[in-house]
Write a protein that binds this ligand. Structure first.
Ligand code: ASP
Ligand code: MG
Length: 468
């Protein structure tokens, strides 16, 4: 029987009592599973802060004390979780010993970077992986204490191999499929920490922030899973962010590409890279809601390779503030060859990803994540480019996208979709900086004044879904 890969994220792991819900879910499946778990909510950020403090305060006793304080806090937190979830004192004692041994390892790494005054990439990745390593250990202990046959399997033990890029690795499927599928075969529940794999030479390499979804998708591909079940605390993908629109509705089906675009344009429900390992594998992704135990294993959204064009074409409107425009001005930049190659090479060699590029004769617009804008400006300012007379920046923007199969297809009245979205926004007074349709078959987007983001989202949602 094929296995199901079940992913629990940080939103399922906030409080000690959340573990109970996870255990109930595992019991509901009544079959062998592979669980992939994230760190508890907020832990990765705290570990990042620890590393930063160690780097900045290298050698100072206060920085060392800060990281010791943090591991102490973690110990207390884990003890509380074990107390709330394992009743038998002997079993709880054993689990506590194992958790403390793992925390000792983390503490040794934190002390090490403090004394050497530097954080090599490979050490950074190991330290940040401890949030997940603690979750998997804890959850395994709790499952065992409830009589469930469970074991922990670390990526280094199962051969989940990556391309070796620290901080932003990709899975090497040729190297991983054989060992991972063998290691994860057999009965029972196997618990794997998400967020990292190991390079060919055995070093921990992270899959990037939010990367546990990608871990779970990669493992699902390696074992040829029946499905990847991602547990959230909302009703799947929605027609818009419920914080922005009164009553958005759940989307029952999405094609892989639609889900990828929605995630790319700001839907927080899945990491944008989750689709990558699965889209040519016919392994569906099912999104379930852990706060609705009455519904059992009901999936609110199923994402697979089946294309569906709905009546109004648009399935969801999403938005993100995490965008900024870097603009290269010059009377002939659109015509001169080689400028973009220089820009992309300079940004890439500094690890800066370009989200999109729109070019006219007198300006090249490069869309970046907001956090990269300062560095990108500095890099390009220091890099003379013939034909570019000025580099300007705009971080007072947000991106709003409409996503749905058929957005571009004129036979579905699709050619009108992008203009309907744009007109609705403009008519409502949204200041639109830039608009694009056609970058992908299933999405059209616009950049709007940052303070108009919610207004644009509401206007466009009303245009396609009516007043809710
Ligand atoms: N814990 C990691 C992060 O916060 C990975 C994840 O949650 O998916 O980025
Ligand atoms: Mg996540």
């Amino acid at each position: 029987m094929k296995k199901i890969v079940v992913k629990f994220g940080g939103s399922n792991l906030r409080r000690p009592e959340d573990i109970d819900r996870l255990v109930n879910v595992v019991q509901t499946y009544q079959r062998p599973l592979v669980l992939v778990v994230s760190a508890f909510f907020g832990i990765t950020n705290a570990l990042i802060a620890c590393v930063k403090a160690a780097r900045e305060g290298a050698g100072t006793l206060s920085a060392l004390a800060e990281s010791r304080d943090y591991t102490l806090t973690l110990r207390a937190m884990k003890r509380e979780i074990l107390e709330a979830n394992i009743t038998d004192p002997a079993e709880r004692g054993r689990a506590e010993l194992a958790v403390n041994a793992r925390l000792d390892q983390l503490e040794r790494f934190l002390t090490g970077i403090h004394y050497i005054g530097d954080v090599p990439d490979f050490v950074n990745d190991v330290i940040l992986s401890y949030g997940e390593r603690l979750s998997s250990l804890l959850l395994t202990a709790v499952l065992q204490s409830r009589g469930i046959q469970a074991r922990e399997a670390l990526p280094e033990d199962i051969g989940l191999t990556t391309d070796g890029i620290f901080g932003n690795a990709a899975c090497d499927f040729d190297a991983s499929i054989g060992p991972v599928s063998t290691a994860l075969s057999g009965d029972g529940v196997v618990v794997v920490p998400g967020f990292y794999g190991v390079s060919q030479d055995g070093k921990t390499t992270l899959f990037g922030r939010g990367g546990s979804d990608y871990s779970a998708a990669s493992i699902a591909r390696c074992i040829g899973a029946e499905s990847l079940d991602v547990w959230k605390d909302v009703d799947g993908f929605l027609s818009a962010d419920p914080g922005a629109v009164a009553s958005p509705h759940s989307i029952t089906r999405l094609h892989y590409l639609e889900a990828a675009e929605l995630s790319y344009f700001g839907a927080k429900i899945l990491h944008p890279r989750t689709i990558e390992p699965l889209f040519d594998q016919a392994i569906p992704i099912r999104i379930l809601n852990i706060t609705r135990p009455d519904l059992g294993l009901h999936a609110f959204t199923v994402i697979d390779g089946e294309r569906t064009v709905t009546h109004d074409v648009v399935k969801s409107v999403s938005s993100s503030d995490d965008v900024a425009i870097l603009k290269l001005h010059g009377p002939g930049v659109g015509f001169k060859s080689g400028i973009l190659a220089e820009v992309t090479a300079a940004l890439d060699s500094n690890g800066i990803n370009i989200k999109s590029v729109l070019t006219a004769q007198t300006a090249i617009n490069v869309l970046l994540a907001r956090e990269h804008l300062d560095a990108a400006c500095d890099i390009l300012a220091a890099h003379h480019m013939a034909g570019v007379v000025e580099v300007s920046r705009n971080d007072a923007v947000a991106i709003v996208a409409v996503v749905g199969d058929g957005v571009l297809d004129a036979s579905n009245a699709g050619s009108a979709i992008a203009s309907r979205a744009l007109s609705a926004a403009l008519a409502g007074g949204v200041r639109v900086t830039l608009a694009a349709a056609g970058a992908s078959e299933v999405a059209a987007y616009m950049l709007v004044d940052r303070s108009d983001r919610l207004l644009a989202l509401r206007l466009i949602h009303t245009e396609f879904f009516g007043v809710q």
